[in-house]
Design a protein around this ligand. Structure first.
Ligand SMILES: Cc1cc2nc3c(=O)[nH]c(=O)nc-3n(C[C@H](O)[C@H](O)[C@H](O)COP(=O)(O)OP(=O)(O)OC[C@H]3O[C@@H](n4cnc5c(N)ncnc54)[C@H](O)[C@@H]3O)c2cc1C
Length: 287
């Protein structure tokens, strides 16, 4: 974890003793005609003490059993809200959940158990929540640190939390947040609207789209190369932290991009990454 990170609490609730949360929000984040359904879910913890830090995850226990009669496995979801809740001092937390529905060759659709359960929750429903989990993917508290956040899709969840935390507690921090955020189109980019209202002096934003009509495909790693000089300057410094979050497989492209950027600027990516890892400044969470 970063040297200046707050100390996380983990494993306070398990399957045998889950926390009970009430659903107080379920909004679709992607446009009505978008090809994917990503939702903003708000879970209220009521009187239960369920402390989370930005970057941590929680486990959701889907009710019922699988085809073999065994209880469903727990699935993890990143917390998308800052530690003091969606509004300051509310005992709730937000999630950014993508409905998994994969069309199969035979024409059927394979629906993910937990994501569909969560995306279909109604206001007032009770949910079993376990955790919190995660002791390394945490944000630095030092306002002098620069933070590079690279994500696709629901990988934006922890970065929404990081950004809100900085905005609430250190709006004039010397360090800056840099966001490289990829989606197919603006309609499929969660929080596209709210992001436009975040001041550029707090958050430097690169929103990258891979399926815009009449435009070449662009991925986060391509946009990183366009910001090569800025990124080289940043990762050279011992105060810069890098976070990558999203679908498995995105690390490869991001790493290759950092390697090229370093090559262009006479830096050694392998050495820089090793040093960042040793000092808790390089974090990847993909799923
Ligand atoms: C640390 C961590 C944090 C996570 N944070 C989030 C988060 O913030 N938001 C979020 O939506 N998810 C997040 N996930 C993923 C989440 O835990 C589930 O894996 C995901 O919701 C699918 O679960 P499911 O029960 O719906 O699908 P399952 O029933 O487990 O799977 C059904 C089918 O879908 C396929 N599948 C599974 N996941 C995906 C996928 N993402 N895309 C396409 N096909 C898939 C499987 O291969 C399987 O064939 C996180 C995972 C980890 C480990």
């Amino acid at each position: 974890a970063p040297a200046s990170a707050a100390k996380p609490q983990i494993n306070l609730f398990d399957r045998k003793h889950p926390a009970k949360a009430t659903v107080t929000g379920n909004f679709r984040l992607t446009a009505p005609d978008a090809s994917c359904d990503i939702r903003h879910i708000i879970l209220d913890l009521g009187a239960t003490h369920f402390p989370v830090l930005e970057g941590q995850s929680i486990g959701i226990v889907p009710p019922g059993a699988d085809a073999n009669g065994r209880p469903h496995k727990v699935r993890l979801f990143s917390v998308a809200s800052p530690r003091d809740g969606e509004r300051p001092n509310t005992n709730n937390l937000a999630l950014t959940v993508k409905r998994v529905a994969e069309p199969q060759p035979d024409g059927s659709v394979e629906r993910g158990v937990a994501s569909n359960y969560v995306c279909d929750l109604k206001l007032g429903d009770m949910v079993d929540v376990i955790g919190p989990f995660g002791a390394t993917f945490l944000m630095p508290e030092d306002p002098g640190t620069d933070v590079i956040m690279i994500c696709t899709g629901t990988g934006s969840a922890p970065f929404r939390a990081f950004t809100e935390r900085r905005r609430r507690t250190m709006p004039s921090a010397a360090g800056k947040l840099y966001l490289f955020f990829g989606a197919r189109s603006p309609a499929e980019l969660p929080y596209f609207g709210p992001l436009k209202k975040v001041p550029p002096k707090l958050l430097d934003q690169e929103l990258v789209f891979s399926r815009l009509p009449d435009r070449a495909k662009e991925y986060v790693q391509d946009r990183m190369r366009k910001r090569s000089a800025d990124l080289a300057g940043l990762i050279e410094r011992d105060t810069t932290h890098v976070y990558v979050c999203g679908l498995r497989g995105m690390e490869g492209g991001v790493e290759a991009s950092f390697r090229d950027i370093c090559g262009e600027h006479g830096l050694d990516w392998i050495k820089i990454r090793a040093r960042m890892r040793e000092t808790g400044r390089y974090h990847v969470e993909t799923y």
